[in-house]
Structures are given as C-alpha cells and as structure tokens.
Design a protein around this ligand. Structure first.
Ligand SMILES: Nc1nc2c(c(=O)[nH]1)N[C@H]1C(S)=C(S)[C@@H](COP(=O)(O)OP(=O)(O)OC[C@H]3O[C@@H](n4cnc5c(N)ncnc54)[C@H](O)[C@@H]3O)O[C@H]1N2
Ligand code: MOO
Length: 390
C-alpha cells in the first residue's frame, strides 16, 4: 500500500492541461484566469474629485478665504476651462478636477452666498483629489492563473475587459456501480438503496470549477460497466464508485484494465478510502473510488479536488489544512492515515463518536476531517492537530 502523499503525487503525474476558452465577464466568476488580463487605460483616467464641494487653487485655502464660483464639474461632465486665482468650481464626486485647481474643499466647510463662497473655520484637511491612475495604470495586469472572485470581476470590468480567457471546466464522468443502486426519486426494490455518492461528488466538484456528469448506474456486470466507460470516454476525469474491493462482484479494476486503463496504483494507507485505484485511460485520468459513501466523499476532498485544481492550472497542491486544539483525548492511530469526521468550533476540534464509513448523517454533521498521521501516538486534549475543512 502506498501513502496518501505518494498517491496524490502519482495522480498529479497523470494530469495533463485541458486548455482554455473565452467567456463573457458575467460568466467568469469561479473560473480560473488562463491568460494575464491587462488594463488598457488608467483608472481614474483623470484626477478626480473624491467629494462634493468646491475645487480651488490649494495655495489659497485658509479660514475666511473667499472665491468666485465660475462653473460646475459633475461626474461625466467636466468643466472645460481652468480655475484661476480667487476662483472656485462647484464640483461633485467623480468629476474631473479642472486645471488650476489642486484641492477640493467639501461643501460642509463652505458658506455660500450667490456665486461667492467663504471658507469656514471648520476646514478639514486633505486635498480630496484622487490622482489619475490611483487605482491602476494602463499595462497593469491581473496575473494568471487566478481563481476569479467577485472582486476580481469588478476589477476586470473597470479595466474595460469584457471577456476573459479561462481554463476549461474539467469534464468529469461519475459512474456508480452496483446492482443494489437506484437513482434518487426511483422506487428501490427490497434489496436496494439509493445512489448518493455521485450526487455528493458532483456537488463537490462542480463547486470547485468542474463540470461533472452523473452517468446511468452500471450494474455489476462486464457489459454494463463497459457501456458506462464508453459514455465516459471523452471525459478528462473518469470516476467510478464502488466495486473497487476484493469481492466477487468487484469488477471495476479488471474491466477498466481490459479497456486499456494503465494502473498507477491500487490501495492506499488511508482510512477510509483504502481500496482506491487510479490510472490513465486514453487521455483521461481514471480514479476508482471505494463505494462506502463517506469513503467516496473523503476521497473526493483528499484526491479529486486537488486533481481538479491541477487540471485548472492552479498548481499541484494537496487540499489545504488548518490547525485546531483537540477538545478531547484521542487514542493512538494505526497504520493508515485516518481522516476522522469532526466538528471544529472556536479553534477547538472534536472527533465524532461514530466513524463508520457508511454514515452520511455523521459526515453531514461534521465540518472537518481531522487528520491522524500513520502511527500517530495517543493525543491529549489541548494538543494541536491538523484538519481539512469540509
Ligand atoms: N474482505 C474485505 N472486504 C472489504 C474490504 C477489504 O479490505 N476486505 N474493504 C472494505 C472497505 S474499507 C471498503 S471502503 C469497501 C469498498 O468496497 P467497494 O469499493 O467494492 O464498494 P462496494 O462493495 O461496491 O460498496 C460498498 C458499500 O457502499 C455502497 N455504495 C456503493 N456505491 C454507492 C453509491 N454510489 N451510493 C451510495 N452507496 C453506495 C454499497 O451499497 C455498499 O454498501 O469494501 C469493504 N469490504
Ligand atoms: O476504506 Mo473503507 O473506505 O475504510 O470504508
């Protein structure tokens, strides 16, 4: 059995780039920028007023100073002439500051009578002018790769960029295997249960930028599995669920290999998730997940999410971990890296009492996978441990 780290490294070595596409800005949030976005203009493109008030020559500002108001500058409508000595321009936030004016006195600091203003003794400081290019200049860039957040979208729009090049969304084919499974909403027979793993994994992978397809359930027979693999053949990542263990009906590995899958590994020192397999199938990465629902989801967080991020060009990194203090003692760990379902709150983490890998209610209650390294000794309450937020 190989370690979790070795398995992840081997998975990364199977990943190839999946290319880019151009999308309108309105569809770019959550996507990964694939090429640098470069500003073609300065923002603001002119020195702009930061306040509503009066633009004046700054060297004349003093308590009691008087100015003649000779015109107005509003956002979108500048004042075309210059501001001379003893003159003021009525100005509003966002308007270009006229030539000759070097300070905006806010209107609260001014007494106005007709077209004449007097600066009061409330005079506040600052020139209230945003210099041209204060936010960004032509040639400044947002560098790829970058997962685009709402604030990035606002910045790109401000840069006058209407469409961006983003990494294609990895096409993921999700195949549930097993005669016992029916789809949610169907009527299960007496020996049947509902396929849940494909739904949880689709939610997980779509949420980080993939486009996951739930294929029809493949029963436990070669022809049905072959048909499912055929539907999956254009995918970037093919994920099977179940049929990975040693039982007589666990056919996934054999069928995949007969169809050309070059196996990279099978079985890892991990709990849950031991019977994980992976390899290359044509141009796709193939991952065979164990069927137990919690095992499938844990493997989704630990392996599939980093593979998707790698395909998106976000680098080859394990899912990030945080630390918290143990709320209660834990016994020593065995020979497999254990991802315990746990709940973290206010910097303290508590492992759930029941850790069976079939219990989705426990997983739903958890917000963390507490990571126990291989052979980790007993741990006491208060010690720091690592976890994956989920
Ligand atoms: N003799 C041994 N038996 C088992 C071993 C072992 O080492 N020796 N490993 C156990 C471990 S650990 C796991 S995990 C499971 C993995 O088995 P499979 O990957 O072959 O999965 P299945 O047997 O097909 O299913 C296991 C369990 O999960 C349910 N299942 C499967 N697919 C789905 C789905 N899409 N949605 C919801 N539930 C699903 C299935 O009905 C089973 O109850 O093997 C142990 N056995
Ligand atoms: O590895 Mo199994 O995934 O322990 O439940």
């Amino acid at each position: 059995m190989i370690s979790v780290d070795q398995a992840l490294e081997q998975l990364f070595s199977l990943v190839s780039p999946i290319g880019a596409e151009t999308v309108p800005l309105t569809q770019a949030v959550g996507r990964v920028l694939a090429a640098d976005a470069i500003a073609s203009r300065d923002q603001p493109p002119f020195a702009a007023s930061a306040m509503d008030g009066y633009a004046v020559p700054g060297n004349e500002v003093a308590v009691g100073a008087e100015f003649d108001v000779i015109g107005e500058a509003a956002a979108g409508h500048g004042f075309s002439r210059a501001c001379g000595p003893g003159q003021a321009i009525r100005i509003f936030t966002g308007a270009p500051v006229p030539q000759g004016a070097t300070r905006v006195v806010i209107q609260e600091d001014v007494d106005r009578s007709g077209d004449r203003i007097t600066l009061t003794d409330r005079l506040s400081g600052g020139d209230n002018i945003r210099p041209s290019g204060a936010d960004f200049c032509a040639g400044d860039k947002l560098s790829a790769p970058r997962l685009l957040r709402p604030s990035d979208i606002a910045l790109l729009a401000s840069m006058n960029i209407a469409e961006v090049s983003v990494a294609r969304r990895p096409d993921v084919a999700l195949i549930s295997t097993g005669d016992e499974l029916v789809m949610p909403g169907e009527n299960p027979g007496p020996d049947q249960i509902i396929a849940s793993n494909t739904f949880g994994l689709k939610a997980l992978l779509d949420g980080i930028g993939a486009r996951a397809r739930i294929l029809p359930i493949a029963g436990d027979s070669r022809p049905l599995l072959e048909a499912a693999f055929d539907l999956a053949k254009d995918a970037n990542l093919i994920v099977t669920i179940g049929g990975a263990s040693v039982g007589d009906h666990d056919l996934v590995g054999d069928v995949a290999e007969d169809l050309g899958m070059q196996r990279a590994f099978y079985k890892i020192a991990m709990r849950p998730g031991k019977p994980l397999m992976a390899g290359r199938m044509g141009d796709a990465v193939m991952v065979g997940l164990p069927g137990n629902p919690v095992s499938a989801m844990v493997c989704g967080h630990v392996f599939l999410a980093p593979v998707i991020r790698a395909m998106l060009g976000l680098g080859l990194h394990p899912s990030s971990r945080l630390s918290a203090r143990l709320a209660a003692d834990l016994p020593e760990n065995g020979p497999r890296e254990h991802y315990m379902r746990a709940f973290v709150q206010d910097g303290e983490i508590r492992a759930e009492t029941r850790q069976d890998s079939s219990l989705l209610t426990v997983l739903a209650d958890a917000n963390a996978l507490l990571v126990r390294p291989v052979g980790d000794g007993p741990r006491s309450a208060g010690e720091s441990v690592e976890y994956l937020p989920i």
